[in-house]
Design a protein around this ligand. Structure first.
Ligand code: ADP
Ligand code: MG
Length: 436
């Protein structure tokens, strides 16, 4: 999964605070510089054509220095050399280099001897023309310090940083960025051709650097958070639809009676609407997990993909999804018996979270409630793929262990999510009314 980040809706604030020099520009300055060689050639043509007149007009001048005289009498060669050097320097010097340095100094990005990183170049990313790559000398400032100052750098340079890394050793820092005013589309419709051919890769949406995917064979479980209306259910169904198309057994616990899931889901997937049937389902899944464990142990193979390839069998993946975790795991107001059932549900979920990967049994758990008691540490710590949509500080903390989703996702955003690695993406909009 690639790291990127999108601008915030409060970019206007960011711009008014940070935009201080009009020559700073988040895009590559290559197009502006293309004009320099053109001007150079035009100048050469002009001087070539008027050489004789210039020579005649300088004929009678008395030169104090023989070099000046030589230059005047060989005006064309002099132009080629001097203008050539000037053009080369201008091309090699990034536009706004000084003001970039001033900005970095103003936010305290300096080393022990007060030296400021120097902008060496600014160019388009070949893989993604929307992104400009700013290459700086690191001046011995570790990448971590740059990352800690990411927000300040964004404000100072009026950019949205997509990625920061070292380039050619630690002496250079590369910042991949888009202009702060740019944004991801508000809606990207899902198309069946997006379905990954790779097993078991699911497509989440698009970031500035391209599609965002999660490979359940490597990152087996997903925790999905976001306030009501942030687009959780749509994203959850997008993932389940892909898993279903790839031949997984999709099981859904929805304690809201399945209203979010049109009839086609009830036909294609196993649905549970209350605790008892959910517990039965999870018990079956943990038994299947144990059965597969024994199979793999006996065959000496590490996971179901290897097992299927070696034996020609087709052990399918199971996905257990819950659209509102709090509805399923909240014990407040329950009878003793109900509490016991919920405790058992929790313990089955823990087993799957800890061991499910090799055996192809996965969890996709969604929640909107900012209640840290809902999800126990055992389950949460074993879910490596965390995604959070629009959220308050508390919910963002629960899902991502930081407040980034609250800080970075605009209040009115729908389908905009932040991945645990800092990637912001627009989830594909998926309409299930016509089927899945
Ligand atoms: N990926 C998306 N792109 C654009 N709009 C979306 C997207 N996902 C959801 N929405 C909009 O947000 C509304 C709420 O989405 P939903 O998934 O029901 O939110 P939640 O489950 O978080 O309450 C949807 O009806 C739709 O209009
Ligand atoms: Mg919902």
């Amino acid at each position: 999964m690639k790291a990127t980040k999108t601008p915030k809706k409060n970019d206007t604030t960011k711009i008014s605070l940070g935009r201080v020099h009009p020559r700073l520009d988040a895009t590559s300055d290559a197009p502006v510089k293309l004009i320099l060689p053109v001007l150079y050639i035009l100048g050469a043509v002009l001087i070539w054509n008027t050489q004789a007149e210039i020579a005649a007009s300088t004929e009678k001048i008395e030169y104090i220095s023989p070099i000046a005289e030589f230059a005047a009498r060989n005006i064309f060669a002099t132009y080629l050399i001097i203008a050539g050097i000037a053009v080369t320097i201008l091309i090699l010097t990034p536009i706004g280099k000084r003001s970039v340095q001033d900005q970095l100094k103003s936010i305290g990005l300096i080393n022990h001897s007060d030296a400021v990183p120097e902008l060496k170049s600014k160019r388009k990313d070949k893989k993604n023309p929307r992104i400009a790559i700013w290459e700086f000398t690191s001046q011995g400032i570790p990448l971590k310090v740059w990352k800690d100052k990411k927000e300040a750098i964004e404000t100072a340079l009026d950019i949205t940083i997509v990625k920061m890394k070292n380039g050619s050793g630690k002496s250079r820092v590369l910042i991949h960025a888009v202009p702060a005013v740019s944004d991801l589309p508000e809606m990207i419709k899902w198309k069946d051709k997006f379905l990954s051919k790779q097993s078991f890769m699911l497509n989440l949406g698009e970031s500035f650097t391209g599609p965002v995917t999660v490979d359940l064979a490597r990152v087996p479980h997903i925790l999905l958070g976001g306030a009501t209306g942030s687009g959780k259910s749509v994203l959850l169904k997008l993932l389940l639809m892909q898993a279903n198309k790839k031949g997984a057994n999709v099981c859904i616990a929805d304690f809201k009676g399945g209203v979010d899931f049109p009839p086609v889901w009830h036909k294609e997937c196993r649905m549970c609407f209350e605790e008892q049937s959910t517990l039965e389902l999870l018990t079956e899944l943990t038994e299947e997990l144990e059965r597969r464990k024994a199979l793999l142990k006996a065959s000496g193979l590490p996971n179901i993909d290897h097992y299927n390839a070696a034996t020609g069998e087709n052990l399918q993946r199971y996905i257990f999804a819950c659209d509102e975790l709090a509805e399923m795991l909240d014990k407040t107001g329950l009878t003793k018996d109900q509490k016991e059932i919920v405790a058992k549900i929790e313990s089955r979920l823990s087993v799957i979270a800890r061991q499910g990967r090799a055996f192809g049994i996965h969890l996709i758990l969604a929640t909107q409630r900012p209640d840290s008691t809902i999800l126990n540490g055992q389950i949460k710590n074993n879910i490596n793929c965390r995604i959070c949509g629009r959220a308050d500080n508390v919910l963002s903390m629960i899902i991502l262990d930081n407040t980034d989703a609250a800080d970075q996702i605009p209040e009115d955003a729908q389908g905009r999510f932040l991945l645990h690695d800092g990637t912001i993406f627009q989830a594909y909009w998926f309409d299930d009314t016509g089927g899945i």
